[in-house]
Design a protein around this ligand. Structure first.
Ligand code: FAD
Ligand code: DHB
Length: 390
């Protein structure tokens, strides 16, 4: 088989890149090691920046998002028993975010790809990248007991943090930066109205909590937990009790509960790979970088990487110029490091660290009190939360 761009990974990065390339007639084959059903069973991000929404529109995948997504003009920072609203819309000259689950983004992109007739190969085993440091790269994989080969011009490594693409690059050719946090997030999804119409990011001496949603009848809640905990140790009842304890009293009283239908623990990590290009291989999204989820940036960063790579590939095929592809890594990394900073800062201010003493606790409270009082500080938070320009 031959294609122009081989895409490894059918998460939001790979699917969005494929759909954008299809709009300008660039052919792709997409490979994933698991099934579409498995991918659609993963519950992940929920908040989309305007830039990500624009790209989904450009890819022809925005219709359901506009019909069903929830526009949010602000959110609450809850601390010391009170809410402090961050007026995203007012502080950023009219910007807002859309609450629409990553699962639905993925479903919409998969439907678009199926409709376009582009080839997707799921449950591909032993995906291996070859010769991306030369002129004629190719990818091999196994399926149904046979080895297959895809020749291509370029490879897009969109296969997430644990994927094969980054691991295929010689260690000496890349530099990585990493911070692992000593806690995780336990997430729960339930068919029940959200406690509040806007998201609540709650600071509490017992640990961080986040009240989010997927719709006005489906809630997504998270609580900070220790890294060595397992989901089995958390009955629904224990989760709801702990969440209530970490919220201001009026929210705790208003909280409605229902049986969970998904519960999972995500570790928190900051990670960046430099550079993001190796010859004809480009790393995109979680394959190149991870942010802790506190700033809601993971999926949105994947979208901005896709934007830069799409523009580079379009220029290459339309004008024969490699300038955009040359600039890909530097452009993407400039935005990534700012989102890394914001996600690290949100995580540092809102979580309970095991080594924290009373002084550190007061520092967090002072930082939050300053945010609530100062328009300058709130504006800095808001402009990062709605997303820095591409
Ligand atoms: P992924 O979505 O990881 O997609 C990669 C794809 O590559 C997968 O389908 C995988 O099966 C495939 N793949 C992997 N290895 C191979 C291989 N060897 N061969 C072929 N295919 C392969 N972000 C937020 O903003 N908010 C959140 O609440 C949040 N929660 C998260 C919870 C978890 C558990 C995780 C892991 C991430 C979370 N994120 C969150 C981050 C966000 O979901 C990611 O940033 C986003 O999924 C990145 O998209 P991606 O397409 O780059 O990678
Ligand atoms: C969600 C996840 C986040 O990490 C976040 O900051 C906001 C919302 C969510 O899953 O809804």
């Amino acid at each position: 088989m031959r294609t122009q761009v081989a895409i490894i990974g059918s998460g939001p990065s790979g699917l969005l890149l494929g759909q954008l390339l299809a709009t300008v007639g660039i052919e792709t084959i997409l490979l994933d090691r698991v099934s579409p059903e498995y991918i659609l069973g993963r519950i992940r991000a929920g908040v989309l920046e305007d830039g990500a929404v624009r790209l989904l529109d450009q890819a022809g995948a925005g219709a359901r998002l506009h019909a069903e997504g929830l526009i949010h003009d602000g959110f609450s920072l809850a601390f010391s028993g009170q809410d402090h609203r961050i007026d995203l819309h007012g502080l950023t000259g009219g910007k807002r975010v859309t609450v629409y689950g990553q699962t639905e983004v993925t479903r919409d992109l998969m439907a678009g790809r199926a409709q376009s007739g582009a080839l997707s190969i799921y449950e591909a085993e032993a995906v291996t990248l070859h010769d991306f440091d030369r002129d004629a790269p190719y990818v091999t994989y196994q399926k149904d007991g046979q080895t297959h080969r895809i020749d291509c011009d370029f490879i897009a490594g969109c296969d997430g943090f644990h994927g094969v693409s980054r691991k295929s690059v010689p260690e000496t050719a890349l530099r990585t930066f990493e911070k692992i946090y000593p806690f995780g997030w336990l997430g729960l999804l339930a068919e029940v109205a959200p406690v509040s119409p806007e998201l609540i990011y709650a600071h509490h001496p017992r640990g961080f909590a986040l009240c989010s949603m997927r719709s006005m009848t489906r809630s997504r809640y998270y609580i900070q937990c220790s890294v060595d905990e397992t989901v089995d140790a958390w009955s629904d009842e224990r989760f709801w009790d702990e969440l209530r304890r970490r919220l201001p009293a009026h929210h705790a009283e208003a909280l409605r509960t229902a049986p969970s239908f998904e519960k999972s623990i995500a570790p928190l990590r900051s990670f960046v790979t430099e550079p993001m290009r190796f010859g004809r291989l480009f790393l995109v999204g979680d394959a190149a970088h991870i942010v802790p989820p506190t700033g809601a940036k993971g999926l949105n960063l994947a979208a901005s990487d896709v934007h830069y790579l799409f523009e580079g590939l379009r220029e290459q095929y339309r004008d024969g110029s490699g300038a955009g592809l040359e600039a890909y890594s530097a452009k993407a990394l400039a935005r990534i490091w700012k989102a890394e900073r914001f996600s690290w800062w949100m995580t540092s201010v809102l979580h309970r660290f095991p080594t924290m003493g009373d002084f550190d606790q007061r520092m967090q409270e002072a930082e939050l009190a300053y945010l609530a009082q100062s328009q300058a500080a709130s504006t800095a938070l808001a402009e990062n939360y709605v997303g820095l320009p591409f």
